[in-house]
Design a protein around this ligand. Structure first.
Ligand code: ATP
Ligand code: MG
Length: 235
């Protein structure tokens, strides 16, 4: 069996007296679209922030590409693309200009202007590429957030509630987009959501957390079979 691309090992985070991520252990295999499901305040964003070295864990570990998040210079982050909650941009610049600025952070020659144009096309913003981001709608900013996350062709894409605030058509398009990235660009996707039907529609595996604790995890098909079995009269 290949090593998992992402593995949480009893990962925990305490803020003051509140244990908001409580000994989470789970694995994500390469090629999966993994749904990280939980209600508001369950600890999804905090977990994701720990994976991205934005928040320091209280205890436990997580491995990305076999490298611990306790690594001092987490070079593996170059293989990760992320959208965490509301993305921030230079509002007085266009989306293309924002992406071109970001492209300069990557090693020379890896992200050129063509790639910036390509990702804008992938997220359906090509016609608004020259409009300044300050006038974008919420859904357009969300799409641009996804564009910046995939700009450098990451192996692992981490998306924190990517469809929040989108209208039904926008949700459908973003979900379709995520499936396409996994299929066509070979990305493994880890996405948080509080919508069971979203996870059901696009994910191959899932974990459900509540109050920081893991409730259930496994292939999405298996989870729904369990639900169906439980729902049987007398079952
Ligand atoms: N910096 C912080 N300081 C103190 N408490 C925090 C901090 N960040 C998060 N929390 C708390 O951690 C808990 C989990 O928050 P988190 O944002 O991880 O939840 P979530 O599952 O992402 O929720 P949502 O679906 O609303 O985005 C909440 O009780 C929150 O108040
Ligand atoms: Mg959150």
């Amino acid at each position: 069996m290949p090593a998992p691309i992402l593995a949480l090992e009893s990962l925990s985070k305490r803020f003051g007296s509140r244990l908001v991520v409580d000994h989470l252990t789970l694995e994500v295999a390469e090629g999966e679209i993994f749904g990280f499901l939980g209600p508001n305040g369950a600890g999804k964003s905090t977990t994701i922030r720990m994976l991205l070295s934005l928040v320091h864990p209280t205890s436990g570990d997580a491995q990305l590409f076999g490298r611990s998040i306790h690594t001092i210079y987490p070079a593996y982050l170059a293989q990760v693309g992320a959208l965490v909650e509301a993305p921030q941009f230079y509002d007085n610049l266009s989306s293309l200009a924002n992406l071109k600025l970001l492209a300069r952070l990557y090693p020379s020659g890896t992200v050129d202007e063509d790639r910036c144009q390509e990702v804008l096309q992938l997220v359906g913003l090509e016609e608004r590429a020259h409009d300044r981001v300050g006038i974008y709608s919420h859904g357009m900013r969300q799409r641009l957030g996804i564009a910046q996350a995939i700009l450098h062709r990451p192996r692992l894409l981490i998306l924190d509630e990517p469809t929040t605030g989108l209208d039904p058509q926008g949700m459908y398009e973003v979900r379709h987009m995520i499936r396409r990235f996994a299929r066509d660009e070979g990305m493994t996707v880890f996405l948080s959501s509080h919508l069971l039907n979203e996870v059901e529609q696009i994910c191959t595996s899932m974990a459900v957390i509540n109050e920081g604790r893991l409730m259930v995890s496994g292939p999405v098909m298996y989870y729904f079979l369990v639900l169906l079995t439980d729902a049987k009269p007398g079952g």
